[in-house]
Design a protein around this ligand. Sequence first.
Ligand SMILES: [Zn+2]
Ligand SMILES: [Zn+2]
Length: 385
Amino acid sequence: MHSSSDPANRQQRYREVRKVTLVGSAVDFVLGVAKIVIGWFANSQALIADGIHSLSDLLTGFIVLYAAKHSHKSADEVHPYGYGRIETLATVSLGIVLTGVAIGISYEAIKRLNDPAAAMDFTLLALLIALLSVISKEWIYRYTMSAAQCLRSDLLMASAWHSRSDAFSSIVVLIGISGVMLGYPYLDAVAAVAVAAMIAKIGFGLVRSSTLELIDVALDPEKVSAIRQHIHAVHGVRSIHTLRTRKSAGSAFVDVHIQVDPRLSVSEGHQIGDSVRRRLLQHVEEVTDVTVHIDPENDETGSPCNDLPSREEVIAELKQRWPQLPVASVEAMTLHYLSGAIDVELDLPIEILRSTDEAKYLVQELKQAVSALPYINAIQVRFKV
Ligand SMILES: [Zn+2]
Ligand SMILES: [Zn+2]
């Protein structure tokens, strides 16, 4: 059936993601440079690590921006499902970069632990910048999280949690520097390793969740059951099976088999399928694309009608067995493929009868003729004026 995604909405979403990311990036840049410069003069490894952390946020922020820009593009022939996966893929690379940064920082800090001679300087200034960092990061967390919930963006949400763990990271630095001021010089390097561990954890988490999305993770169970209820609520849907959902950068695709009255016309079946599609697009926020497969009977465990002959073959055999039937009637007959056999509905012009008795005789003869065809379950004849 038809797919739908509103380009204006996606454009709007892109602008929002960009705005939130730019604000976070500006703060990260100022903080990061300040922490590295002051960390350098103060000889604080933890503060430098925290600064690198902030700058890597900046870098990842730009990946987010790039991803949002490209994933908002409409679907085209080469990428019929849109570009949402770019956002997902970018998140994977972001996670890998963070893990690499963490390993580098730990390496440097462990080297420092073996060299206790290096003493800190300007400790009060270092302490103040760490404090400022804690406050700003918490603010970015709240700001980004509210936008993430509003836009249903997993990526923005990851970015928000990242900001909050940055606040923790600056708290650790704060403790480390305080420790140095109180006469425990090794605490700075210990704090640096702790910051590195946090960076690595975030990196692993991003890689994990986005990899799941790349291999098509379903929506949350509550969402799936809400979708199920919406489909059941559509008039004409008898049952559903093979309901599948998959997430893609804030939206979700749904495909489902619905069972309808097996003797409905194709157009009525399609009508019911379209009602299902419209209802899901309207009522379930994440859903941007729905594919409905119409079933006349439950084919979940197998298709009993697979081996039945096609319409052309049935017509050919009927013509052969019943040469006196009007060709137009045979070609216009309705076939129902159900439970491994075919039910035939045949309309005959009433003019071929001379009396009512003849109708009975004709039908009997016809049933006899098709009884040799094992794949025909029943034949129903109507005489039309
Ligand atoms: Zn359609
Ligand atoms: Zn099915």
